[in-house]
Design a protein around this ligand. Structure first.
Ligand SMILES: Nc1ncnc2c1ncn2[C@@H]1O[C@H](COP(=O)(O)OP(=O)(O)OP(=O)(O)O)[C@@H](O)[C@H]1O
Length: 502
């Protein structure tokens, strides 16, 4: 039996009690009283259950009669609105809202007028909390509004989350712009060479760039491995995706694993509480440059090999494999064949990386590039320091004769220094000669990178400079050096050392 049927039955029992009372039918009257008691108990239990349930609802419930008079509110309503039920029970919504102190955005009268569901954003003036108010009408059999039931959902926290999200969106857009800007900065340098073999290297580089093939770049320090990796990235299909460079030699071995693969929260004592995304994951959909791969520990080499084979990583302390889509470029200045012979580099990893090998010759084997780099760096630093210096042709000849070991950074540094300290518009041979001589003295020891002939020439040149400078006369210098005067003059000519002034 529904509550409505019970109430109808209750009314019928009352009528029956009345008529039995009039007729003096005591026994029948007693039976009716028992039925009444039972129906009343059931209805009362239902009512109390309803109150208890409604007080446990998270949303506020407000019920008004057909005239808009408050008949019921649950506890959540008072909590959300701050309005005590004693202030509104029995009062019409019209009176309450006209006072304007308790609530804004009430919908009761609109529901009564429209006889349909109405929603609005209400605000309690006591708690300053916003709620989503939805009122629905309950109609009687004639279609008149018998009651209005209103649900009040507190949306203050939702609003705070919304604000937080829009702030996060603003932050994300800013970071995206910054990343785009940084990626553009990376692309500013152009790879150059006049050397025939290097041009072939560039051809390979341009051919492999748009593919996803793994590239291993080798060469001494400062031969341009990183700039080649940049060029491959710039010309790849992934140029608008992340480009993550890891210097395997710069990160302590014990940290490298967590840097590469990341870790889950609580993976180890010093771990960041929320865990950390690894560089492999960061490079997902993009390119990863494993720089100085020859310096990676054997233990990590095996882990790296496994990742490269499966293209999956598992964060430290985690168990769920994460699928990756990453293009790998590796580089090293170590001789990996030698490292393999010494058991310091895994052969299987070498073959996994060495799909396309790119070897970069040192500058000493690319004589044609010296002038090219000199002019490029002169132009670069002229621009940087707002100057317009030019190189004298004899200075250029001296540059080519000078022994540049292999690192292009060295020639770059020389030209930055020249642009900073030189004040005349033309850089003369003498100035350059003095500067390079100082440079050589600075080095003190002879580079071990060249061959023996180069090393001997370097020492010879250095000693001639020093003797001429110390004794101020070609005669004395020749004597000290154990050379004849014409012999010394010949050597000065060979090394482009000016000795006619002494
Ligand atoms: N072919 C080239 N064209 C233009 N600039 C170059 C070229 N090769 C090298 N450079 C310049 O020389 C410097 C050293 O290059 P890079 O850093 O790429 O060398 P590397 O081999 O990666 O060095 P390391 O092994 O020490 O990391 C950079 O300033 C780079 O711009």
């Amino acid at each position: 039996m529904t509550d409505k049927e019970k109430i109808i039955a209750l009314k019928a029992v009352v009528d029956s009690i009345k008529s039995h009372c009039v007729l003096g039918e005591k026994e029948l009257m007693n039976q009716d009283i028992l039925t009444y008691q039972k129906l009343y108990d059931e209805l009362m239990t239902d009512y109390l259950d309803f109150r208890e349930v409604s007080d446990h609802l998270f949303d506020g419930i407000y019920i008004a009669d057909g005239e808009g008079r408050t008949v019921f509110v649950n506890e959540a309503y008072s909590r959300i609105t701050g309005i005590d039920k004693s202030l509104i029970i029995g009062r019409t919504v019209k009176d309450i809202t006209e006072e304007g102190k308790l609530f804004k955005g009430a919908v009761t009268m609109k529901v009564i007028a429209s006889k349909s569901r109405v929603s609005s954003i209400g605000k309690s003036l006591l708690t300053n909390r916003e709620h989503l108010v939805t009122g629905s009408p309950l109609l009687d059999e004639h279609g008149n509004v018998r009651m209005v039931v209103i649900n009040n959902r507190d949306i203050t926290e939702l609003r705070a989350l919304e604000n937080e999200m829009s702030q996060l969106k603003v932050d994300k857009d800013r970071v995206d712009e910054e990343v785009k800007f940084l990626r553009k900065q990376l692309s500013s340098e152009v790879v150059i060479s006049k050397d025939h073999e290097m041009k072939m290297v560039f051809e390979v580089m341009h051919a492999v760039a748009p593919t996803d093939v793994t590239v291993l770049i080798t060469g001494e320090s400062g031969t341009g491995k990183e700039i080649i990796a940049d060029e491959i990235y710039k010309n790849s299909k992934r140029s608008d995706k992340p480009f993550i460079k890891i210097n395997c030699a710069a990160i302590p071995a014990e940290l490298l694993e967590s840097e590469l693969f990341g870790y889950e929260k609580g993976a180890f004592t010093d771990a960041n509480k929320s865990g950390k995304i690894g560089l492999f994951e960061l490079a997902h959909t993009g390119t990863l440059l494993l720089d100085e791969i020859g310096d990676m520990s054997l233990k990590l080499q095996s882990k790296l090999l496994r990742v490269l084979q499966s293209m999956e990583i598992v964060r430290i302390g985690g168990s769920v494999p994460i699928k990756l889509d990453v293009r790998i470029i590796a580089s090293t200045n170590k001789d990996l064949h030698e490292e393999m012979k010494l058991g310091r580099f895994r052969e299987d990893l070498y073959y996994r990386l060495n799909v396309i090998p790119i070897y970069l010759k040192p500058l000493r084997e690319r004589k044609e590039d010296i002038i090219l780099f000199a002019r490029t760096f002169l132009e670069r630093y002229n621009k940087k320091y707002g100057k317009k210096l030019l190189l004298d042709t004899s200075a250029e000849t001296l540059l080519t004769a000078y022994h540049w070991p292999g690192n292009i950074r060295e020639i770059e540094n020389v030209f930055e220094r020249i642009v900073v300290i030189h004040h005349e518009p033309i850089v003369q041979e003498q100035f350059l000669s003095n500067l390079l001589h100082l440079d050589m003295k600075d080095r003190r020891t002879v580079s071990s990178e060249g061959n023996l002939k180069n090393a001997i020439e370097q020492i010879e040149k250095q000693m001639i400079f020093e003797a001429l400078e110390r004794y101020g006369s070609i005669n004395k210098a020749a004597k000290v050096l154990g050379l004849s005067q014409p012999g010394l003059s010949k050597k000065c000519k060979k090394y482009q050392i000016k000795c006619d002034r002494v």
